[in-house]
Ligand binder design. Structure first.
Ligand code: SF4
Length: 344
């Protein structure tokens, strides 16, 4: 059986440092996830990523600090106000600090994420950030995963100690969500203008998304120059409005992760690639980032994901080790041996 010549040519160019075009990415995404071409795409993306990022893995930890019926009404999320089963709740500052300490005590975490609903109390969030920064002056990086915000708020967050923000214009934003795609993009530009690291993702991917849609959405991260690119599948939640559309396999997610990783060769600002939820196929297809999770999680049906879907730091380290990474990046320009991280 011969390898498709178009795919071979795209991969040869990538190995020489030329990022695939949109058309190239569409062609790669059109391959069946079980095809030998998809296997080659994943293998080449893996080799390029390991060289590009020095075979370093990164562990990030997210704390969902509150739960509420969310006006974002995302049809794939546990918290959408028209279908959520959750009662509102907010973690106290001491509960947040306990979770932050569990994530940071080993010294292996690169960044701590604080997640809220689409609507959030800005002043409280700033207080939380200041408290973490006061009690943990040297580590970790702090990243927010919150609703849309303006430049004044971005400056306020940065001045309080925030280093970055996760913000996405999702697949079918405005159709599968009640949010305005233009407002999402405005916030992304605000994040960049404020000098914060911008974390992006091709998400939430379901079986219904065509290659063209995936390409349009993932190239926003390339064109705007994200610090982190990623791919995330939509997790099947039985009570969510999109449950009937089902869920893609880890193998298809890994193929999309590989295409994201290759496309991001066109963005010098991209410093790492994530796969959500983390898995070994994705981590051997171009991704090098694993998230630990605690508190609220839009992909979970439990109030505290650390008791259910969420991984802890030790599980993240194990997964990176099993995927063949030999170092951890624990802060910008600070790396340590993964084996040493196990011994401590
Ligand atoms: S994904 Fe975020 S914005 Fe959308 S409903 Fe869930 S919490 Fe709200």
């Amino acid at each position: 059986m011969k390898i498709d010549k178009t795919i071979s040519a795209i991969l040869d160019r990538a190995l020489e440092g030329t990022a695939p075009s949109r058309e190239d990415c569409r062609t790669m995404l059109d391959c069946a996830a079980t095809s030998q071409e998809a296997g080659m795409i994943r293998g080449v993306a893996d080799g390029i990523s390991r060289q590009r990022f020095g075979n370093e893995g990164i562990i990030l930890g997210q704390i969902g600090i509150e739960i509420d019926a969310c006006p974002g009404q995302c049809k794939f999320c546990s918290f959408g106000e028209e279908h959520t089963d959750f009662e509102p709740s907010t973690m106290t500052i001491e509960e947040i600090m306990d979770a932050a300490e569990r994530f940071t005590m080993s010294g292996d975490l690169y960044a701590l994420f604080l997640m809220t609903m689409h609507k959030f109390q800005f002043d409280r969030l700033v207080d939380v950030v200041r408290t973490i920064r006061d009690r943990m002056p040297d580590q970790p990086q702090i990243v927010v995963n919150i609703g849309d915000f303006d430049r004044c708020q971005a400056d306020g967050l940065r001045d309080a100690g925030v280093n970055g923000a996760y913000h996405v214009c999702r697949l079918r934003e405005g159709e599968d969500t009640a949010l305005d795609p233009e407002e999402r993009k405005r916030t992304i530009r605000t994040i960049k203008d404020a000098g914060l690291d911008w974390y992006y993702c091709c998400e939430p991917i379901g079986p219904e998304h065509r290659s063209e849609e995936l390409v349009d959405q993932l190239f926003l991260g390339v064109d705007y120059g994200c610090f982190q690119h990623a791919a995330m599948r939509r997790v099947y939640l039985p009570n969510s409005p999109l449950a009937a559309r089902g869920q893609i396999t880890d193998l298809r997610l890994a193929q999309i992760t590989a295409v994201v990783s290759l496309a991001s060769l066109g963005s010098p600002e991209t410093k790492n690639i994530a796969v959500h939820e983390p898995n070994l196929i994705g981590l051997s297809s171009g991704a090098n980032v694993v998230y630990a999770e605690s508190g609220a999680n839009p992909r979970d049906t439990e109030k505290d994901t650390s008791q259910h879907r969420g991984r802890d730091i030790q599980a993240c380290k194990t997964m990176l080790y099993e995927a063949g990474f030999d170092h951890l990046l624990t802060a910008p320009a600070k790396r340590r041996s993964l084996l040493d991280a196990f011994r401590d």
